[in-house]
Design a protein. Sequence first.
Length: 120
Amino acid sequence: MNFDWKQFYLSAQGRVNRKQFWLRLVLPSLVISIVLLFIDMAIGTFNAEDGVGLLSGIFSLVVLIPAILVYIKRWHDRDKSGWWMLILLIPIVGAIWLLVELGFLAGTPGPNRFGPPPSD
């Protein structure tokens, strides 16, 4: 298996299926965030008032753009424009909609206007 990480994390072109979304973006980001949070607490750089630490905050900023690009490709897999990311501007409902659409609903079978289906 030849994984092109640049295409996956740094491009908005193409499609990303649910498996790739969960195993290459969501779960690794979650695990790294939790580990960095514990490290922040251990070294005293966690700010309980803000709920963020130095290392976990920096990681969140670094992963923001790649995450948005992967989300856009996940929308493409659902045969929807990346502009659907703006659904997040609707409080609470937008986040739930995004989670359901990108995390749990299957992409369109076969090719769509954004390209062929992604290969695992």
